[in-house]
Ligand binder design. Structure first.
Ligand SMILES: *Cc1c(COP(=O)(O)O)cnc(C)c1O
Length: 436
């Protein structure tokens, strides 16, 4: 399988698409042909690592990693993505729990898979006296922790995490800064867009790129999207085998990476009946579906901060796959949820289910309960993607529900580790000074 930019040009190998991150013309890499599958062939009720090796095989065909795919999936998919029924829902409703990885958010799927594949490519390519590969990641909160966890102590690599000072939750910040060893954590004075700009400026500087062997692990790397398609492919396959009908998914959405992976799985032929996006008060995507005008803008800070994106990068991939607004409207819906609605939803779900959901997942519940019509829901089985564990957002959730959220074991361990980071201005020279 070869990969091509959404803007055209010549195809490149999987290894090159992964190592480059973004295509040289500024577009995003996508497979030249999306494999079409016979859903009847997909393994039913398989462990997720085995399903992943099945589903990702066509994407690795002809690459130097083809024969390593099973072991890559064993290493990367070493935690589950369970589908759990929701109590007290009038119609069938399940939650796809994507927060059982080391940093308790769905970003662990993409980051671990990318880290395992990238480290193997780096090992194949590295000469004995090469500088370590330096992976630069700009994060709005969850990505950086997942990437740091995945690359921590991987030989031949180091990671620079750039996060916006004061704009991540205290526990997210801990996950960004507790690593040490080969991980450098830098708080940038500014917002997420400033972190992203510094990263882009570093990559645009060919001297630094060569001297420090810079690689990008940003959310648009195709190596992060591939593994995210796996849990949609698997859960829809399992549901279809059980009930003769596949999945209808509601996906909390920011940069559109998670939901795009669902669109991919649907296009490949997995039994996905519907895809609905839940955004926070950043309404670029719902506005586009309404008006047909693509109007990216600055982001608005919300309680679901990992979805604070005003210019969702993966829309370029979705339009490449499914067409512009007029076509997209027939295939996907999007609803926006305000902070006030997020708060109310966290409280009402806690009352109904006795479970605290994170602010991102709460947007999905709000869409299901308040924005889908009775006809949308009646007799249908919906699945809400739960993108993070509520314990990561304790400072938001606990005052709302009036109790403490139990902390999952992995997260509890990380919170014991001491944190260290430096604060810098939004200037690439400040990063370079720390790489020396
Ligand atoms: C990143 C993130 C999202 C948004 O996912 P996208 O792929 O950017 O749309 C939603 N929830 C949580 C908890 C996240 O970390």
């Amino acid at each position: 399988m070869q990969y091509i930019s959404t803007r055209g040009g010549s195809p490149v190998a999987l290894e090159d698409a992964i190592m480059a991150g973004t295509a040289p013309d500024g577009g995003l890499f996508v497979p030249v042909d999306l494999p079409a599958l016979d859903p009847a062939q997909a393994p039913v009720d398989a462990p997720i690592n085995e399903f992943a090796a099945y589903a990702l095989q066509p994407f690795f065909r002809g690459s130097s990693l083809e024969n390593q795919l099973e072991s890559i999936c064993d290493e990367a998919f070493n935690f589950p993505a369970p589908l759990r029924g929701v109590q007290n829902a009038p119609d069938a409703l399940s939650v796809l729990e994507l927060f059982h990885g080391p940093t308790a958010a769905f970003k662990d799927f993409g980051a671990r898979f990318l880290a395992v594949t990238m480290s193997r490519i780096i090992r194949q390519r590295q000469q004995p006296d090469d500088a370590p590969a330096t992976i630069v990641v700009a994060t709005s909160g969850d990505t950086g922790g997942a990437v740091a966890a995945a690359f921590h102590k991987q030989p031949g690599t180091r990671v620079v995490v750039l996060f916006p000072e004061g704009r991540v939750s205290p526990r997210q910040q801990h996950q960004l800064t507790c690593w040490g060893d080969n991980i450098i954590s830098l708080a940038v004075q500014g917002e997420f867009d400033d972190c992203q700009r510094v990263a882009k400026q570093l990559f645009a500087d060919s001297d630094s790129t060569a001297r420090f062997n810079l690689c990008s692990a940003n959310s648009i790397n195709v190596g992060r999207l591939l593994p995210q398609s796996v849990y949609y492919a698997k859960t829809s396959t399992d549901l279809n085998a059980e009930r003769g009908e596949g999945g209808r998914y509601i996906v909390p959405t920011g940069n559109l990476g998670n939901a795009f992976a669902c669109a991919w799985a649907k296009t490949m032929g997995y039994p996905i009946e519907e895809l609905v996006l839940a955004t926070n008060a950043n309404t670029t995507i719902p506005d586009y579906l309404d008006s047909g005008n693509w109007q990216p803008r600055g982001s608005v800070a919300t309680l679901a901060s990992a979805m604070d994106v005003g210019d969702p990068s993966n829309m370029e991939r979705l339009r490449h796959l499914w067409g512009d607004a007029a076509d997209l409207r027939n295939r996907v819906r999007a609803y926006s949820v305000t902070d006030e609605q997020i708060r109310a939803q966290i409280v009402s779900e806690f009352e109904r289910q006795g479970i605290a959901w994170c602010p991102h997942t709460a947007t999905g519940f709000h869409v299901y309960r308040k924005q889908l019509s009775d006809g949308d829901r009646a007799g249908k089985h919906w699945i809400i993607a739960a993108t993070a564990h509520a314990a990561k957002f304790d400072t938001i959730v606990e005052p709302l529900i009036g109790e403490q959220v139990p902390v999952p074991d992995e997260l509890a361990q990380l919170l014991e580790w001491p944190a260290h980071y430096e604060t810098i201005t939004a200037d690439p020279a400040e990063v370079i000074a720390r790489l020396g």
